[in-house]
Ligand binder design. Structure first.
Ligand code: FES
Ligand code: FES
Length: 181
């Protein structure tokens, strides 16, 4: 079957089998391997991407179901600079082997976009569908809290509504501009 799926802003028209999973389309047809496959059975969240703006496990979606949709993967976040949530994971040591990390970050970004004042319990609850076998989760929760702080409209961090992301450099530039006015 022919599908047309926009991935990270670029359209891909491909012939796929009806059983092709969206995660396999992303990894094999598009060639973006930042989205991982940990279980293939909807349990681990390593395959989380944004599908038309919602965080979904891409092993639970068929490529044909995503026909005409817009998908964003972990590769879409950094733009010369790490995304604020990626930076927070780096600073707070929210990863060890890194296998779960792209899925964690894609889930976390959607979690805090609409709830910048998110509490620790909300973070733990929001990440329930993402499993990590290395970290014990404590640093992941700290990282997401730090990422959320950077999404707070009252902090120097601002989000570009068009891009749904912010970079450290851009945040610092905006903060400097504000301090001059
Ligand atoms: S690979 Fe999709 S949930 Fe584990
Ligand atoms: S850092 Fe290894 S699975 Fe999470």
């Amino acid at each position: 079957m022919e599908v047309s799926i926009k991935v990270n802003g670029k359209s891909y028209e491909r012939e796929v089998e009806p059983r092709t999973l969206l995660v396999d389309f992303i990894r094999e047809d598009v060639g973006l391997t930042g989205t991982n496959v940990g279980c293939d059975t909807t349990q681990c969240g390593a395959c989380t991407v944004h599908l038309d703006g919602a965080a979904v496990k891409s092993c639970t979606v068929l490529a044909v179901q995503a026909d005409g949709a817009s998908v964003n993967t972990i590769e879409s976040l950094a733009n010369g600079e790490l995304h604020a949530m990626q930076q927070a994971f780096t600073e707070k040591h929210g990863l060890q082997c890194g296998f779960c990390t792209s899925g964690m970050i894609m889930t976390a970004v959607k979690l805090v976009e609409s709830h910048p004042d998110i509490e620790e319990d909300d973070i733990r609850h929001g990440l329930e569908g993402n499993l990590c076998r290395c970290t014990g989760y404590e640093n992941i929760v700290r990282a997401v809290a730090e990422g959320a702080r950077r999404f707070d409209p009252h902090s120097p961090w601002e989000m570009d509504p068009a891009e749904h992301k912010i970079t450290l450099r851009e945040a610092e530039r905006r903060a400097r501009e504000r301090s001059r006015t």
